[in-house]
Design a protein around this ligand. Structure first.
Ligand SMILES: C[S@@+](CC[C@H](N)C(=O)[O-])C[C@H]1O[C@@H](n2cnc3c(N)ncnc32)[C@H](O)[C@@H]1O
Length: 227
């Protein structure tokens, strides 16, 4: 069955959040970056403005700007209602209130929408569904990112995660995944098996980051080539 847009809740973060989540230094930003499950984040747009190289991949990039815009507006109220109900699960430090959260997320998604068609023409937003093979040579990218997608969507299963990360590690010299909690904010049950799988051939590290919005989600998984 074809993928339905109403099965996703588009919700996007900005470049400042990406830099904090993934501890992206100025040197990291100078490399070629791929971002998987990048959705309606403004990371690509803001990075491109600063002349950095970011390529975003997501299955929602098969839809038009108008379709994505409509879906973003549809889910906005529901997501904010859920955030209100669960506000005790969050750390209101970097983002201080529900209103600020809505503003930060909506501005990120509006920047994404304003850049979407140009970015598609420039091959910066690429329709791709993991774990399918990516149309790139080995080691094309220096860093591959996954924000709030892999390890969080545990229902996709262990095999999916191993296949997806293996393909990401084929085209990227290093991958960073944030956070390492599931949708209920518990440490993802996949983490130990994923570490066991990759540690034979790669350097695997869990690193604390400077970003914590959902309580306890302040760690990322880094998997990189052994030299
Ligand atoms: C919660 S959003 C995160 C968006 C963005 N990374 C951020 O943090 O702001 C998760 C994204 O993963 C995408 N996604 C889910 N399954 C996917 C798959 N198999 N391949 C590629 N993208 C996928 C969804 O379409 C959605 O845009």
């Amino acid at each position: 069955m074809a993928f339905q847009l109403n099965s996703v809740v588009p919700w996007g973060r900005n470049m400042e959040e990406y830099r904090l989540m993934f501890q992206l230094t100025d040197t990291d930003m100078e490399g070629k970056i791929a971002s998987f499950g990048d959705g309606p984040a403004s990371f690509n747009f803001e990075a491109t403005q600063k002349k950095y190289s970011v390529t975003s991949f997501d299955l929602i990039y098969q839809f038009s700007k108008e379709e994505l815009q409509q879906r973003i507006e549809e889910v906005r109220v529901t997501v904010m209602e859920q955030m209100k109900e669960n506000q005790n699960h969050y750390v209101w430090k970097h983002i201080r209130s529900l209103e600020e959260l809505e503003n930060v997320r909506m501005s990120a998604m509006h920047l994404f929408l304003s850049d979407y068609e140009k970015g598609k023409e420039e091959n910066r937003y690429i329709f791709h569904e993991l774990p399918a093979k990516l149309p790139y040579e080995d080691d094309t990218f220096d860093i591959g990112l996954s924000s709030h997608f892999l390890l969080m969507y545990t229902m996709l299963g262990y095999e999916f995660h191993i296949e997806a990360m293996t393909e990401m590690l084929r085209v990227c010299k290093e991958i960073r995944i944030f956070p390492i909690v599931d949708l209920d904010a518990n440490e993802t049950n996949l983490i130990q098996k994923v570490i066991e799988h990759f540690k034979k051939d790669y350097n695997v590290e869990i690193r604390k980051t400077r970003y914590e919005f959902q309580k306890g989600d302040n760690k990322m998984l880094i998997i990189s080539m052994k030299y």
